[in-house]
Design a protein around this ligand. Structure first.
Ligand code: FAD
Length: 338
């Protein structure tokens, strides 16, 4: 059987998750991951990495449940293993609180996280501006550790890594038989997808080791997520905003909003500030197509556009993308048959 040459574009959490899934499941493929930015310089690196999600409007809920459950189960197994500190994956308990009672009190992922329940009145007393809340244990996956850990796993499965910018898919058409596109926001230019746009997020990393529980306002703009090395305090959700520099007005607003929820934050030491652009789209694109490149018909599997939930859904969509890669291989006449 001839080796099938697969290239994965993107070294964020979606790219590395997909590359690991393909390399481990299909040992007769040679898998190369190409990206211009690697950890610690990807969007994924700065994400708080807390696992929960909002519903995408046009993807069947069952599929979204699969994405969530597959990711959660995969990361829970790591959190319970000896790899947890090296991989940066830990359990995290806390509260999501709402100023108004939400229309849907039970999000679709509530059946997969641990111990999901509504908060009691006495628990809500410490949040006088909020009328409703949910308490549960989920997972926090810190990509500054998780990405190097995935890269090691990828290399152990025989994967190769190249650092360079891909200016067009044409560049890949002679060296590879199948392209997997996990380029996040880069897909706007790489595959000309005008539906992809940035949602700017600014956060502070604070030293406050006494904080053990996450607190998230249901609007998604204010949150406190304790992690392994620091507490991520945020944030902002600015649609279409490409600015990567820290905005002092945003920093001030974040500190004010978060200190109202957790007054002891004022005693914490700010270790750093960070801005990332969420690779957003109405729905993530997890699908395949065939493109004609330099006279050759090449299968392309897309996996990008996860917005604010890429860490949460990366493993689940990677499993879907692996399924699409397998479908493409079955249709390749002269190469591998599964
Ligand atoms: P990226 O991490 O951006 O990676 C894209 C990769 O593609 C990079 O390696 C880049 O170099 C490469 N690339 C792009 N174009 C090209 C090209 N032309 N040639 C070569 N390489 C290319 N998600 C959660 O689930 N939970 C959270 O708590 C959470 N918190 C967040 C907080 C903030 C402030 C922000 C900004 C985001 C947060 N997110 C969270 C969202 C999460 O960070 C993203 O959904 C996720 O990182 C997307 O991963 P990705 O691999 O698609 O993209």
């Amino acid at each position: 059987m001839e080796t099938v040459r697969v290239v994965v574009v993107g070294a964020g959490v979606v790219g590395f998750s997909t590359a690991v899934c393909v390399a481990e499941a299909l040992p007769f493929c040679s898998v190369t991951l190409v990206a211009d930015k690697f950890s610690p310089d990807t969007t994924s690196d700065g994400a708080a990495g807390i696992l929960f999600a909002a519903e995408y409007p046009d993807i069947p809920l069952e599929r979204q449940k699969h994405w969530f459950k597959d990711s959660f189960d995969h990361l829970l197994a790591i959190a319970h293993s000896q790899h947890s500190p090296e991989a940066g994956v830990m359990l995290s308990s806390g509260w999501q609180i709402f100023k108004e009672v939400p229309a849907n009190k039970k999000p679709f992922w509530s059946e997969f996280v641990i111990g999901f329940r509504n908060m009691t009145d006495s628990e809500l007393k410490r949040f006088p501006d909020h009328r409703f809340g949910q308490a549960f244990t989920t997972i926090k996956c810190e990509c500054s550790s998780y990405l190097p850990w995935l890269e090691k796993r990828f290399r152990e499965a025989g994967g190769r890594v190249e650092q360079r910018k891909v200016n067009s898919l044409q560049e890949l058409s002679t060296s590879f038989d199948l392209i997997v596109n996990c380029s996040g926001l880069g897909s706007k230019t790489l595959v000309g997808d005008s539906e992809v746009y940035p949602v700017r997020g600014q956060v502070l990393k604070v030293e406050a080791p006494w904080l053990q529980h996450f607190i998230r306002d249901g609007d998604g703009k204010t949150y406190i997520y304790p992690g392994i090395h620091s507490v991520t305090v945020g944030g902002t959700k600015q649609d279409g905003d490409w600015r990567l520099q820290v905005d002092l007005g945003d920093s001030k607003s974040i500190v004010e909003r978060c200190s109202r929820l957790e007054p002891s934050l004022s005693r914490g030491k700010v270790l750093g500030e960070w801005v990332g652009l969420r690779p957003s789209r109405r729905n993530p694109r997890v699908e395949r197509e065939t493109v004609r490149l330099q006279g050759r018909r090449l299968p392309v599997v897309h996996n990008y556009g996860h917005g604010g939930w890429g860490v949460t859904l990366a493993w689940g969509t990677a499993i879907d993308a692996l399924g699409l890669v397998k479908q493409c291989l079955r249709e390749m006449p002269l190469r591998a048959k599964l």
